[in-house]
Design a binder for this molecule. Structure first.
Ligand code: ZN
Ligand code: ZN
Ligand code: ZN
Length: 374
C-alpha cells in the first residue's frame, strides 16, 4: 500500500488529464476501483474487496467532480477533497452497484481500472446493459505511464536513497559471508529506512545458486565464500518507488562470471541508449536481448527487460520484445537485463530511467560493476 497525500490542485490536474485522454479514445466515463489508480487520483488508499470502493466520473469537459463510492465504515478515514470528489458512502444493507450505475451515463463507453474486482465489474455490466466496458490501463497504455516533471524528480529523489544502501554494500559496510539471506535482508530493510525511505517495499537477497531465481525469496541459506550475491530492493519515499539491482561476489571473480557480467553491462547500456523518444519500448528490450544473444547468453535471459515504475513498483509501460508503444518524454521504467544459469548463479543489473526530451536519465548512480565483498 502506498501512502500519498497530494494536494487538491495536483489531484485535479490528474483528473483532468485522465478525462482528456479518455475523451480522446471516445470513453464517456471511468470507474476506478480501490487500488493504486484510486490513490493516485484521490489520495485515498482504499482497496476494493467484496465491498465496493470506486471513484466514478464522467469524462465530459463540464463533468461534475467524481463520486467516491466507499463502504460507510471506511468513509471516516478519507480526507475530503472538495471540488475533486464527493464521498458516496453506503451501508451494508444498501446496493453500491446502484450508486455506481446512477453516476454513469445511460449509454456509451466506460473505462474500468485494473483493480476493480471481477464481481463488481460483472454486476455493473449486468446493471448497465447499454454501456460497453473497456480496460482503462490497457486502453490508455497506462494511466500513469507518462510522468510529470515533478513525478520524475520524485523518482530521482527516491533513486538516490536506494543508491545509499547499494553504496554501503559496495563499500563493504554490510558483512555477508556467514550470515543468512534473511538476516542480511533485515539489515538492508533497516538501512533503506535509515537512508530516508518512508517504507520498505521489497528486499531480494539471493546467494549462490539462489541468484538464478529472479524473484527469489530470502531464506535461511547462509552466504558462503566464493559465490554470487544478488541484491534487488526498493522502498517508497513521498509516494514514489525505488528499485535497483546490483551483484556482488564473495571472492575473486571466476572467468565465466566476469565474462557474463561484462556482457550484461554492455547489454544494459545498449538498452539505455535505445530508451529515447522516437523509439519504441520493444527497441529497448531488443537492444538488450540482441546484445546478450550475440554473446551467447540469449537463452539465459528469461524475462522482459523492464517495467514502468511510479506509485507502484510495477506499472505501465512494460519493456517487452513485443510492446510497440512509442517512448515519450515522461515515461519512467527499469532497465534490468539478467543472465540466469540454473544451479550455479544468476546476475541482473537494474537501473530506473526517466525519459526526458533529449533522452534517458538514470535515477541510480552506484557503479555498475560486480564488486568483490566478504
Ligand atoms: Zn522483478
Ligand atoms: Zn528490481
Ligand atoms: Zn524492477
Amino acid at each position: 500500500m502506498n501512502s500519498i497525500t497530494p494536494g487538491a490542485d495536483v489531484l485535479l490536474a490528474r483528473w483532468s488529464a485522465l478525462r482528456v485522454r479518455a475523451r480522446d479514445i471516445a470513453a464517456d466515463a471511468v470507474v476506478i476501483g480501490g487500488g493504486s489508480d484510486l490513490s493516485y487520483l484521490t489520495g485515498h488508499d482504499g482497496h476494493s474487496y467484496e465491498r465496493l470502493t470506486a471513484a466514478v466520473s464522467l469524462t465530459s469537459p463540464d463533468a461534475p467532480s467524481a463520486l467516491l463510492i466507499t463502504p460507510k465504515l471506511e468513509a471516516e478515514r478519507i480526507t475530503p477533497q472538495p471540488g475533486v470528489f464527493e464521498i458516496g458512502p453506503w451501508e451494508d444493507a444498501e446496493d453500491p452497484i446502484a450508486l455506481a450505475a446512477g453516476a454513469l451515463p445511460e449509454t456509451g463507453s466506460v473505462l474500468v481500472s485494473d483493480d476493480l474486482n471481477a464481481n463488481h465489474v460483472l454486476a455493473l455490466q449486468e446493471r448497465c446493459p447499454n454501456l460497453s466496458f473497456r480496460a482503462l490501463n490497457e486502453s490508455l497504455g497506462g494511466m500513469r505511464a507518462v510522468k510529470t516533471s515533478a513525478e520524475r524528480k520524485a523518482l530521482q529523489a527516491v533513486g538516490a536513497l536506494v543508491d545509499v544502501v547499494h553504496q554501503q554494500i559496495q563499500d563493504g559496510e554490510v558483512p555477508l559471508v556467514g550470515r543468512s539471506e534473511l538476516d542480511v535482508k533485515e539489515d538492508i530493510a533497516q538501512r533503506l529506512l535509515a537512508a530516508g525511505h518512508d517504507e520498505v517495499v521489497f528486499v531480494i537477497v539471493a546467494s549462490g545458486p539462489n541468484s538464478a531465481s529472479p524473484h527469489h525469496h530470502p531464506s535461511n541459506r547462509v552466504i558462503e565464500a566464493n559465490e554470487m550475491v544478488l541484491f534487488d530492493f526498493g522502498g517508497i519515499y513521498k509516494g514514489f518507488n525505488s528499485d535497483c539491482t546490483r551483484c556482488f561476489f564473495t571472492g575473486p571473480l571466476p572467468e565465466d562470471v566476469a565474462a557474463a557480467w561484462s556482457s550484461l553491462v554492455a547489454a544494459q547500456e545498449a538498452a539505455f541508449q535505445a530508451a529515447r523518444p522516437g523509439n519504441r519500448l520493444c527497441d529497448v528490450d531488443l537492444a538488450a536481448r540482441n546484445a546478450l544473444t550475440a554473446d551467447g547468453y540469449g537463452p539465459e535471459f528469461i524475462h522482459r527487460t523492464g517495467h514502468g515504475i511510479g506509485t507502484e513498483v510495477h506499472e505501465h509501460p512494460y519493456v517487452t520484445s513485443t510492446n510497440q508503444t512509442p517512448i515519450v518524454t515522461g515515461n519512467a521504467f527499469s532497465i534490468e537485463p539478467g543472465i540466469y544459469r540454473a544451479g550455479e548463479w544468476g546476475m541482473r543489473l537494474e537501473d530506473i530511467v526517466v525519459i526526458e526530451d533529449d533522452g534517458p536519465v538514470r535515477c541510480n548512480g552506484t557503479k555498475r560493476e560486480i564488486v568483490t565483498v566478504s
